[in-house]
Design a binder for this molecule. Structure first.
Ligand code: X8Z
Ligand code: ZN
Length: 614
């Protein structure tokens, strides 16, 4: 669901429900009428309001999810209109509920009621202005943008029509500079048309956020983390500061290897890396160029993509494999309807939104995934990621609708990834995908592959919302949308556009979460937190291996501990959920740093005498 009322996370990639307290309120928005009314309200009124709202939410959620599911599985003008209408209805109700909830600001209520009221005030991702025409316009733009991305394709100079999936595969495997450039540019031809829509959408949603008392939409998004919005931004900076030295060393090493591959005229050693050479359409994770940077004599000697093919894994078998990990921890198998209602492969005959997502239609057990699975090791990880959402949704389904969500949005993104960290050689051997476990001398190769996925992602995970926050605050205006995007890409990632960008380019729109309006800081948090969760679960499972070799497969103790956190949903501040599993209330990057410590030492050694920095 895009900008809906949904409190439970329907489609996690497009979820809107957010938990948290401490909304940043602008004093100029105080409504004297509201505070007069609030003097007459009591905790009993709050109870009545919350009960009635709960019932309304359940109905709206189901209706909205169904419309959105149909649209994303069958993109046409008609389904777009139906989904926009459902979206408008639930957003309008959401705004109404938020305003009503604010009337209880000065009323003494129980902590549980306060949390529910706060959640009602904060959870919309795209709040509409209180004006029917504008809210209809906002809903229509949301559907249109999603459809434009879903339908996007590029026809090559040779006349071949390529989908994003086709181009993604080429970006992963091609080592031809010009072919990569064509793919990179080709996909970015879908987004210039999005720019005016995005501009208007930001304007409308900002107006909506301001109507709810926030400075702008970015401030509203940042207020969902059980701490003041400004503190959250500082928290991200703090975590980034912890991991940046490792990223810098990885960047330095990778750039020099790419210089060897493509020539230092194409990859100058004192500049940011051209964005099309990193094996991924957005240069957000670099695992696909592992072969170009693999440490000598430390290759683990297997490739999951090849092993999947060798053992005849089709899409369903891949999903069953991932489900098997969760059931080994004691989670119940997925329901029959999951298998009949999910979308696993790209249909030939219609446009769908292929970007992977996990859905919970009814908050009972109608859980599904929707993704156009490619039979690769990378996608095997994504399947674990999506099932993490589904098992989370199921774990918190008995919470009141307000709390049917993750502790914070980073938690939802971290669970499946946490499980995938246990997809180690030992585990792969156990399920028969490989025959031998590589010896410890090959660990640097394994760690390099993992760092290309996880460490490379961190600055991307951070910069996407830095850009949006600047757009929403007005610091970046439409004429600077694209240049500001590339400034942040260079600043955080040390990655640059490979060619000069056209004046009408809108490169942010070529990334799903921008037209899809999915906040992105959650993925940065998840990439830090999943290592904390993995470390805690490994300890609980009695692991004695180095952390990067630990697999919690079959550990019922780890499963029980994980479930204890998951079933809390968002009923408590995330710090409490964190404590239940890790013993700590703070987010922390020490686990990810410990995990990669041997690689970091190796990188520093290899980088001696190299020119680093960008
Ligand atoms: O969007 C996703 C998931 C669905 S929530 C597939 N991810 C981000 C992305 O693809 O950009 C997972 C990692 C980051
Ligand atoms: Zn996700």
């Amino acid at each position: 669901m895009k900008s809906t009322i949904k409190i439970s996370a329907v489609a996690l990639c497009i979820a809107t429900a957010l938990s948290g307290c401490n909304a940043e309120k602008s004093t100029s928005q105080t409504n004297p009428q509201a505070s007069q009314q609030s003097q007459l309200l009591t905790a009993k009124d709050a109870d009545k309001f919350l009960t009635e709202t709960e019932q309304a939410l359940v109905a709206l959620n189901l209706e909205g999810s169904r419309a959105e599911w149909i649209y994303s599985n069958f993109i046409t003008e008609d389904t777009a209109a139906l989904s926009a209408a459902a979206n408008q209805k639930s957003t309008e109700a959401g705004v109404r509920f938020a305003i009503q909830a604010a009337k209880f600001d000065d009323v003494t209520v129980s902590p549980d009621q306060r949390r529910k009221l706060d959640i009602l005030k904060q959870r919309l991702v795209m709040p509409a202005p209180q004006d029917a025409k504008k809210s209809a316009e906002l809903a229509k733009i949301g559907s249109e943008l999603g459809g434009m991305y879903g339908k996007g394709s590029y026809t090559t100079t040779a006349g071949e029509k390529l989908s994003l999936g086709d181009m993604t595969s080429k970006m992963a495997s091609s080592r031809d500079y010009d072919e990569l450039l064509e793919m990179w540019q080709g996909w970015r031809s879908v987004s210039p048309a999005m720019k005016p829509l995005y501009e208007r959408q930001s304007e409308l949603a900002n107006e909506g956020a301001q109507g709810l008392g926030y400075k702008d939409l970015g401030a509203m998004w940042r207020s969902n983390y059980d701490m003041p919005a400004d503190d959250f931004a500082k928290e991200l900076d703090r975590l980034w500061g912890q991991v940046k030295p490792l990223y810098d060393d990885l960047h330095c090493y990778v750039r020099s290897e790419l210089g060897e591959q493509y020539g230092t005229d194409k990859v100058p050693q004192d500049q940011a890396i051209p964005a099309h050479l990193l094996g991924n359409m957005w240069a957000q994770s670099w695992g696909n160029i592992y072969d170009l940077v693999a440490p000598e004599n430390a290759d683990p000697g297997y490739d999951v993509t090849k092993q999947l093919a060798k053992h005849n894994y089709d899409e369903i078998k891949m999903v069953k494999g991932a489900e098997g990990f969760f059931t080994s921890l004691g989670f119940e198998a997925l329901p029959e309807t999951f298998w009949t209602r999910s979308l696993f492969t790209k249909p030939e005959d219609r446009d769908v939104v292929c970007h992977a997502s996990a859905w919970d239609l009814d908050s009972k057990d109608d859980i599904r995934i929707k993704m156009c699975i490619q039979k690769t090791g990378e996608e095997f990880n994504v399947i674990h990621h999506e099932l993490g959402h589904n098992f989370y949704q199921r774990a918190y389904k008995d919470q009141p609708v307000y709390f049917q969500n993750s502790a914070n949005d980073g938690f939802h993104e971290a669970i499946g990834d946490t499980i995938a960290l246990s997809v180690t050689p030992k585990y792969l051997k156990e399920i028969g995908l490989i025959d031998t476990i590589p010896e410890e001398s090959k660990d640097i190769g394994l760690l390099m592959k993992m760092a290309l996925e996880k460490i490379a992602f961190l600055p991307f995970g951070l910069m996407v919302d830095q850009w949006r926050w600047q757009v929403f605050s007005g610091q970046v205006t439409p004429e600077n949308y694209n240049s500001a995007w590339w400034e942040l890409r260079e600043k955080y990632q040390g990655v640059r556009a490979p060619i000069e960008r056209d004046a009408n380019a809108f490169d942010p729109g070529a990334k799903y979460h921008i037209p899809g309006n999915v906040p992105y800081s959650r993925y940065f948090l998840a990439h830090i937190q999943q290592f904390e969760f993995h470390r805690a679960l490994c300890e609980i499972s009695g692991n004695t291996d180095p952390i990067h070799r630990c697999s919690i497969y079959n550990s019922k103790e780890a499963g029980t501990a994980l479930n204890t956190m998951l079933e809390m949903g968002s009923s408590q501040p995330w710090q409490q959920a964190n404590k239940v599993l890790t013993g700590k209330e703070q987010m922390d990057a020490t686990a990810i740093l410990d995990y990669f410590a041997p690689l970091h030492t190796w990188l520093k050694d290899k980088n001696q005498g190299k020119q680093c920095g960008f």
